[in-house]
Structures are given as structure tokens and as C-alpha cells.
Write a protein that binds this ligand. Structure first.
Ligand code: SF4
Length: 368
């Protein structure tokens, strides 16, 4: 009897319970955990599973979502939920990957923590059928929490797994799941909020704005910065992200892609800002001006702002740490350059602009 199964694992209570029900029937499970910048606050730890399951009964395999998943987000066959969450297509995508692993490893079935009727888009009865069919897993896809309310899978029919030991949960209430958690001694499980940023309204708004500005193109490396900062579209195709605190400034620096520009007020505390796109001279001035607006020098008539090109676009060694001064600044350029040198290990170009902080009414015109 084949006692290997493949499960989708989100780390939420439903998926923990699904794993428990399958392992309790003597299965070894390979749990697939998909990772991406769009999944926020999801734990990768296995403490909860370790506390309720024998160690040898499961292994966790992380799969990083890549450019093919971006294609799913951009043009989902079954459309979006409330925001930019293409839940049906997303599930189908993940289950296709699970199906490939099932074939390679020779498992008996794939399972998920889905609950009939729990989510309006992807867990309606007809949606569950579509997901099963389009993922190529017809009759191989088991939902242990709702199995007795759904047509039996091949594994149930053949007796590989006992259907009567599976559950009949449906609907949005989580009462039964919480009772089961108590019964199994599952504590400190994550809240059901999910943490998928595609369901977040402001994240979705920013993502749409980037698509619109970038001819429907988006890269995976663009996503982490959508979660943080103030965002401005200063011209179609040119975007500015302004850090709101030290932690965001650090994230901006850490995620600055090659050929993006980093701005910082030279002689006053303030944000790190990052501009992406095909920058023209007016864009530099506006980006610097917005950066100055959020600094401690916002009330000054003129403020020096440094801008640094991130990445190795300059080519050979001679362009490393190159400095251009486009406007005289008092005595602070040396200090500015040494500050910048602490931020970066990558090759940089630096120039300093002197600008007026942008006015609030103008700012709102560009905010996204
Ligand atoms: S909420 Fe996000 S991760 Fe979950 S199915 Fe929908 S798109 Fe996929």
C-alpha cells in the first residue's frame, strides 16, 4: 500500500490539521511550502508540526515562486478576488507543481487544507471542482477537512485512506478547527488572516500602478518594495519610494535593484528614497525635492540631496565610487560621500542636487 502523500502547506491552522489527519492514518507526507515576497509573516518553522507529529512522518520542501507565477498574477484565467488575488489560478498553479512532485515521487494523492465554502472565490463547491480539473489532479486531490462532503477520491475508494476518519467541515466558522486544535494540543497557530499581500488593498493599488506605468511588466524583485514606504509615480514609468523610518530605509537599500537611484538629504536626517525608471533631469529634481520634503530640512529654502546609482551599470573599475557635483554645496560633499560609502558595497555614482522641498499639494498629485 502506497503511504506517501504530497500536501500544500501554508502554516495556517487548516493546513496543520489536514497534515495531522493524513499522518494519523499512517502516511508519510511531503509538505510543499511556496515562498514569495507576497507572502508576509508566514512562519517557515516547523515547531507546531514537530510538537504534534512524529519527526520522520513529514518533510517540508520550500518552493520559491518565480516569473511564471507573476504571469498568473497578471492574467488569471478565472479573474481576481476582492483585490489582485487570483485565488483559483494561484491554487491551480501550486497544485500543478504538487502534481509533478506526486508523479516523480510516486505518492498516492495530493492534499490541501481547503474547507468547502470557507472562502467565497476559491472554496465554493464549483471552484473546488475547477481547481481539481485544471490542476490535472482529478480524483487525486483530497481535502481532508471537508472530504466527506465531497466526491470520494481514488485513494478513498480504494481504501488507501479511510474516508470515515476524514472530516465534514464546511463554511466560514472556525469553531470546529479551534476545537480540533485544542484536542490535538496545537497552540500558537497563526491567525487565519493569511498574509497574502495580493489581498491587501494598498499593495494591489501600487502593483496596478506599476503595471500601468511599465507596460504591464513586473519583476519579482519589484515586489518587496511595494510593501513599504510612500510611493509616488513622478512620471509614467518613473517611480519613487520614500522610506518612512530607519527599518524601511534599510529595506530600500537592501532591495535597490541595479540602475535604480537612491536619494538622501546630505546634511539633515531624512529618508532614503529610491527611484526606478528611465530618469530624466526633471525627474531627478522632483525625486530629490520629495525626499527633502520628508527630511528634517523640509522647511529650508534649499536642501542638498545626494543621489546614487545602484549597481554596476558603469562597467569597469574606473566608474566605481564616481562622484559628480552638479551644484555647489557647502563643505558637505565629502561627508556625504563617506556616508554613502557606508551604505554600499556595490559600485556607485553620486551626484548632489540642491532643491526646494516639494509642497504638499504638489506631492498628492504624484502619490500612488
Ligand atoms: S490568497 Fe493569495 S496565496 Fe492564497 S490562494 Fe489567493 S492569491 Fe493564492
Amino acid at each position: 500500500m502506497n503511504k506517501l502523500a504530497i500536501g500544500l502547506y501554508s502554516g495556517g491552522l487548516d493546513s496543520i490539521l489536514a497534515v495531522k489527519l493524513i499522518v494519523d492514518q499512517g502516511f508519510q507526507v511531503i509538505l510543499l511550502r511556496f515562498t514569495s515576497p507576497i507572502f508576509e509573516g508566514r512562519q517557515s518553522e516547523t515547531e507546531i508540526l514537530n510538537s504534534i507529529l512524529p519527526k520522520e512522518s513529514f518533510c517540508l520542501r520550500e518552493i520559491a515562486l518565480g516569473a511564471d507565477f507573476l504571469q498568473v498574477i497578471r492574467s488569471p484565467k478565472y479573474g481576481y478576488g476582492k483585490n489582485l488575488n487570483p485565488c483559483l489560478d494561484c491554487k491551480i498553479f501550486m497544485l500543478k507543481k504538487a502534481g509533478e512532485i506526486l508523479k516523480e515521487g510516486g505518492g498516492a494523492f495530493v492534499f490541501t487544507g481547503e474547507v468547502l465554502g470557507q472562502r467565497p472565490m476559491s472554496q465554493r463547491r464549483d471552484a473546488l471542482r475547477i481547481i481539481e480539473r485544471d490542476s490535472g489532479l482529478s480524483r487525486y486531490l483530497l481535502r481532508p477537512l471537508s472530504a466527506r462532503l465531497l466526491p470520494p477520491t481514488l485513494a478513498e475508494e480504494s481504501g488507501v485512506i479511510r474516508r470515515e476518519a476524514l472530516l465534514d467541515i464546511s463554511g466560514r466558522s472556525r469553531k470546529r478547527q479551534m476545537e480540533l486544535a485544542r484536542e490535538f494540543g496545537i497552540v500558537n497557530y497563526p491567525s487565519p488572516a493569511g498574509g497574502c499581500l495580493l489581498t491587501d488593498e494598498s499593495f494591489a493599488k501600487r502593483l496596478k500602478a506599476i503595471w500601468a506605468a511599465n507596460d504591464n511588466q513586473i519583476r519579482m524583485e519589484d515586489l518587496p518594495l511595494l510593501k513599504i514606504g510612500r510611493h509616488f509615480l513622478i512620471r509614467p514609468g518613473v517611480r519613487l519610494i520614500v522610506g518612512r523610518n530607519q527599518a524601511e530605509n534599510q529595506k530600500i537599500l537592501a532591495n535597490a535593484s541595479e540602475n535604480s537611484w537612491l536619494f538622501r538629504v546630505v546634511n539633515a536626517p531624512g529618508p532614503v528614497s529610491l527611484a526606478q525608471g528611465n530618469m530624466e533631469e526633471a525627474d531627478f529634481e522632483l525625486a530629490a525635492s520629495i525626499t527633502a520634503r520628508y527630511s528634517d530640512a523640509k522647511n529650508k529654502a534649499a536642501v542638498a540631496v545626494s543621489c546614487v546609482l545602484s549597481g554596476n551599470s558603469g562597467g569597469g573599475g574606473s566608474s566605481r565610487h564616481r562622484v559628480l557635483t552638479v551644484c555647489p554645496v557647502e563643505d558637505c560633499s565629502t561627508r556625504a560621500i563617506s556616508d554613502l560609502a557606508q551604505w554600499f558595497f556595490s559600485p556607485i555614482k553620486c551626484e548632489i542636487l540642491t532643491v526646494c522641498p516639494v509642497e504638499d499639494c504638489l506631492l498628492e498629485r504624484y502619490r500612488i
